[in-house]
Design a protein around this ligand. Structure first.
Ligand SMILES: Cc1cc2nc3c(=O)[nH]c(=O)nc-3n(C[C@H](O)[C@H](O)[C@H](O)COP(=O)(O)O)c2cc1C
Length: 197
């Protein structure tokens, strides 16, 4: 049987492992945190969840970033509530991560410009989709995407980068020798504690 990982009974090591996995998410396509689930609350108070691609994670600032269409329900929900949560489970590492906190849409600032500039042409065309995401269609294919050149002008106004400033982090590590669950709150650094799994 494999030895227990160093973070099994070490809160600081567990926090480091969480951020290592999150920071690897944007670059490692096979990492479970490349495509976390994003949870929001809609105008009726109902939970909503869907997959997004994690574009950036930064332990120093505690920020997670993904991109979406500002016309989408998720963007509207984040603008209205100012909060979001992300979740991922890595079945190889047997680690679940939950992250939540204030979330903000960046549409016209330097952060949004930089995020748009680093987006691939095939991603940019999605932001020029007509009609807007979530619109009811008469048939499944009754929508249009611009070509890459046109997307530069029609897609950009709909593009937004969303930054979640993680305020609460939680991990669950599954091991038959003893599961481990811990949570951290951010206030002048991270304050963590073990939780009953
Ligand atoms: C693998 C995968 C990756 C996705 N990545 C994103 C993403 O990065 N941003 C996004 O807005 N939607 C992404 N989507 C689509 C969303 O999951 C969702 O279906 C769509 O954006 C509509 O969500 P909403 O109506 O709740 O806003 C992705 C879906 C899948 C299956």
């Amino acid at each position: 049987m494999d030895p227990l990982p160093p973070f099994h009974d070490d809160l600081e090591a567990a926090l480091t492992e969480i951020w290592r996995l999150l920071e690897a998410g944007p670059v490692l396509r096979r990492n479970a945190f490349h495509m976390p689930a994003l949870a929001t609350v809609d105008a009726a108070g109902q939970p909503q969840v869907r997959t997004v691609v994690l574009r950036a994670a930064d332990r120093a600032s505690g920020a997670l970033r993904f991109h979406c269409d500002r016309r989408s329900d998720k963007a509207v929900e984040i603008a209205a509530t100012g909060v979001a949560a992300l979740h991922g489970y890595d079945s190889d590492a047997k680690i679940q991560i939950r992250a939540s906190g204030p979330a903000r849409l960046h549409t016209d600032d330097a952060l949004a410009e930089a995020a748009w500039a680093e987006s691939r042409a095939m991603s940019r065309v999605c932001y020029g989709a007509d009609p807007a995401p979530g619109a009811v269609l008469p048939t499944g294919g009754a929508y249009a995407l611009p070509d890459a050149e046109t997307a530069l002008t029609t897609g950009r106004p709909n593009f937004c980068a969303v930054v979640v400033e993680v305020a609460r982090l939680e991990f669950l590590f599954l091991d038959r020798r003893g599961h481990r669950r811990a949570a951290w709150m951010r206030a002048d650094g991270w304050r963590g504690c073990w939780l009953a799994p």
